[in-house]
Design a protein around this ligand. Structure first.
Ligand code: BT5
Length: 261
């Protein structure tokens, strides 16, 4: 077992258990997916707002649309946080932007590197993905809850061939050791603060980390691809692109940046 994982477990037990805003931390040596584990805890009424599950490895980590998320042991922060939203339902989209901003702030604080955010919620270093975020809603009666899944590559020295051109770890970008516990200690307060901000403030911060506006992008939606210029973020979190002189708002899509100004 990785040494630094013991530090995370000890810290979670000793000091992390009751943080200022009431986050509780559960550490797991290995699990299929922290999102699925937390969902089950919530269904069993064993998880409250602020319950944070962290695993040293995931054997079935997942991304959007059923994609797999590589989560090797000792290499990253693989975690899920349960929140009971304080924002009204039409503003819930802001939580995924809040999570991305919190991750960017924590990375910056830990490594002094300034990450870049790419719509909808990738965190990039050296134009490669170092973190993916997956939000899922769960509902009791009319009450929505949100599971915020965050996967950050911290110590990998290499990635499987299929990811080697697009993925990066903090340690690779920083060219120096990065400690998961230190990153976690910076991330928790950043999550607490961004999740209690209003949606306008979150989007302003998100845009300060985003450099894709003005760039040509490929927008992948189901079976179609559109080449367009990314022009901005709509107040409801949609990506505004310009294609043949027309402005279009895009929601569920993947975006590849083609060319920067
Ligand atoms: C995401 O999906 O980026 C969301 C990933 C969320 C992972 C966290 S880990 C903790 C929590 N528990 C879970 O089970 N999930 C969450 P998407 O945008 O669909 O990107 C997925 C794609 O990223 C894959 O198809 C791969 O191409 C690529 N990928 C997989 N693993 C990666 C990694 N470790 N680093 C960078 N890219 C990766």
């Amino acid at each position: 077992m990785n040494h630094d994982w013991d530090d995370i477990k000890d810290w979670s037990l000793a000091r992390g258990i009751s943080l200022t805003a009431g986050y509780t931390i559960i550490t797991l040596d290995a699990i299929g997916s922290t999102n699925e584990y937390l969902k089950q805890l919530w269904r069993d009424e064993k998880a409250q707002h602020g319950c944070l599950v962290i695993a040293d490895t995931q054997t079935a980590g997942k991304g959007r649309l059923g994609r797999a998320w590589e989560s090797p042991p000792g290499a990253g922060l693989w975690m899920s946080l349960l929140i009971k939203p304080s924002l009204p339902p039409d503003k819930h989209f802001a939580y995924s932007f809040a999570a991305a901003v919190a991750v960017a702030e924590a990375i910056e604080q830990t490594t002094r590197l300034r990450p870049e955010l790419k719509w909808p919620n990738d965190v990039l270093l050296c134009q490669k993905k170092c973190c993916g975020i997956l939000l899922e809603s769960v509902t009791t009666g009319s009450e929505p809850w949100i599971i915020v899944g965050i996967g950050i590559n911290v110590t990998q020295e290499s990635f499987p061939d299929a990811l080697s051109d697009t993925a990066i770890s903090l340690q690779q970008a920083h060219a120096a050791p990065v400690h998961r516990l230190q990153l976690l200690q910076n991330l928790i307060p950043a999550l607490q603060s961004n999740f209690s901000s209003d949606s306008r403030e979150i989007l302003i911060k998100w845009q300060s980390y985003c450099r894709m506006f003005g760039a040509m992008v490929s927008v992948f939606q189901q079976d179609s691809v559109m080449e367009a210029k990314a022009v901005g973020l709509a107040p409801d979190g949609g990506l505004v692109v310009e294609n043949e002189g027309k402005r279009i708002k895009v929601y569920a899509a993947d975006v590849k940046i083609r060319l920067k100004n």
